[in-house]
Design a protein around this ligand. Structure first.
Ligand code: PHE
Length: 504
């Protein structure tokens, strides 16, 4: 029986430890680096509204299901799924859900670590006073000079991978709990402080209307880099659902769903703890931090006339301006990037944890061996993102190497290979693999497990709570996922392969 099973990888000392670890996983670069720039790219309020909807009807039910599956299986996602599927009299193939998840974590970390490395570099840059009284132009060229050096980026990527794997190789309890307990509250305090700074700036009014005014056109039509709508040959705006698809993908990314991270942390969770209560708390915390980050970044963007749709460089080009202009800016900037680094670090740990535990169980490795091998492999894939951070597109990358490898690169209507490696990996994982993982998780929890088992494991206080969860995972969540997914993919692919072909 599941009550007697305990995790071979250790258990959380208290329920607070699980909350902290899951919060450490969910709060990361997704909230502070990614959320502002995708909000900026997809035009503000309407995007945020769709994102919040996705959190509520897709995120919460999936997170509850993941934590529940983890606690029932008590092993790596792969083996947990296998055990539960067998107990429920289902096919062993469900274990591959854990396999896909491990792959997603692997891929995300390859670029996450490159961004994390840039944050690490900015910890020192902020402290050095380099940002002091720089113009917006100056700050931007500091960033551009920095990322034009692949060797430097590679060094920071390496450092980030090493510090991540050191914690992972020491095991969950020893490494994680202690760090997060202190860091999370400090991060929130600092964000609130910075928001206070933004509230007094001239950009605050504009950023409020940008963030909270709902205008669907920015969400569903394509815009170019300067934020102008793109038109097709007939003169009409190009329709793309990518904004909605991105909002959904980000709900997965920011809540660490669909790849087994929450499942693995759930597997260290004691029986007595309420899954529903902790999940709600974590989701609220994650969402509040993302909105706070928006309230910190956008006043600066509007005050200094920056482009909100600058993309992944947004926080590196906006925040340092404020640090350079405020009293004690070096210290505040230093603490901010340091905390962001820690937030990224605790998320990174949860990205590799599913892979590492799986290697331990399946290949009979020690934790240290598994961490080293995983680390090396991810580090190598990350090299592609290092190049794309320094502005190299896949086409250029492949063309440069093709002298050696004689690779024939199809020039798909001149666009496809202009994606950077980062764009490609990010899109593959967040728009495709994570939602797919999430879909399988709810289908399994809702349709493949006996209701007696889920009821027992979730152990909700009231019947109506259980019934709501079950209705959500059986109908609402999978249907919502499928609708966004199919329409999004069709409109987006259609735009890339059909409309583009007409124009060019
Ligand atoms: N949720 C993390 C963030 O917002 C990223 C992450 C995704 C971590 C998936 C674990 C699993 O930065």
């Amino acid at each position: 029986m599941s009550e007697e099973r305990s995790s071979i990888h250790g258990e959380w000392s208290t329920s607070l430890a699980f909350i902290l670890a899951a919060a450490g996983s969910t709060v990361g670069l997704g909230n502070i680096w990614k959320f502002p720039y995708i909000v900026g790219t997809y035009g503000g309020g309407a995007f945020i509204m769709v994102y919040l909807l996705c959190i509520a009807i897709i995120g919460i039910p999936i997170m509850m299901s993941e934590a529940m599956l983890g606690r029932r299986g008590r092993q790596s996602p792969y083996n947990s799924m296998k055990i539960i599927a067998m107990e429920e009299g289902r096919s062993g193939w469900w274990a591959w859900l854990g396999g896909i998840g491990a792959l997603s974590g692997f891929l995300i970390l390859s670029y996450y670590s490159v961004v994390g490395g840039q944050v690490a570099a900015y910890v020192f840059r902020a402290l050095s006073g380099e940002f002091n009284s720089q113009s917006a132009e100056g700050i931007r060229s500091i960033y551009e000079d920095f990322r034009a050096n692949p060797e430097v980026l590679l060094a920071w990527h390496t450092i980030f991978m090493v510090i991540t794997l050191i914690v992972v190789s020491r095991g969950v309890r020893a490494g994680l709990e202690r760090a997060i307990r202190i860091l999370m509250p400090v991060l929130i305090v600092l964000l609130v402080l910075l928001m206070g700074y933004g509230m007094n700036s001239d950009g605050f009014q504009n950023s409020m209307s940008f963030l909270f005014h709902i205008d669907f056109s920015s969400l569903v039509f394509e815009k170019d880099k300067l934020g102008n709508f793109v038109f097709d040959t007939s003169g009409s705006r190009i329709f793309t659902m990518k904004g909605i698809l991105t909002a959904m993908g980000h709900a997965f990314f920011t809540l660490s769903l669909g790849l087994g991270a929450i499942m693995i942390y759930g597997s260290y969770l004691k029986r007595e703890v309420s899954i529903a209560g902790t999940v709600f708390l974590i989701v609220i915390l994650d969402t509040v931090i993302a909105i706070l980050a928006g309230l910190v970044v956008f006043p600066i963007v509007f005050e200094y006339g920056l482009n909100p749709s600058a993309g992944p460089s947004l926080i590196f080009e906006s925040l340092p301006i404020a640090f350079g202009a405020m009293p004690f800016g070096e210290l505040i900037g230093f603490s901010f990037f340091l905390l962001l680094l820690f937030a990224a670090w605790t998320s990174a740990i949860s990205l590799v944890e599913p892979v590492v535990t799986w290697m331990i169980e399946r290949h009979n490795m020690t934790r240290v061996q598994a961490s080293v091998w995983t680390g090396i492999a991810i580090w190598m894939i990350g090299i592609f993102s290092v190049f794309s951070a320094s502005g190299t597109t896949l086409r250029r990358l492949v063309n440069t190497t093709s002298d050696y490898f004689k690779l024939a690169v199809p020039d798909m209507n001149g666009r496809f290979f202009n994606l950077t490696a980062f764009d490609l990996v990010d899109a593959l994982v967040t728009l495709f693999l994570l939602p797919m993982g999430g879909l399988f998780i709810v289908v399994f929890a809702g349709w493949r497990m006996r209701s007696a088992s889920t009821r027992d494991e979730l152990n909700l206080r009231k019947d109506w709570m259980y019934n709501t969860w079950r209705f959500m995972v059986r109908y609402v969540t999978p249907i919502a996922l499928l609708v966004v997914f199919i329409f999004g993919l069709v409109a987006w692919i259609g735009k890339h392969f059909v409309t583009r072909a007409v124009i060019t």
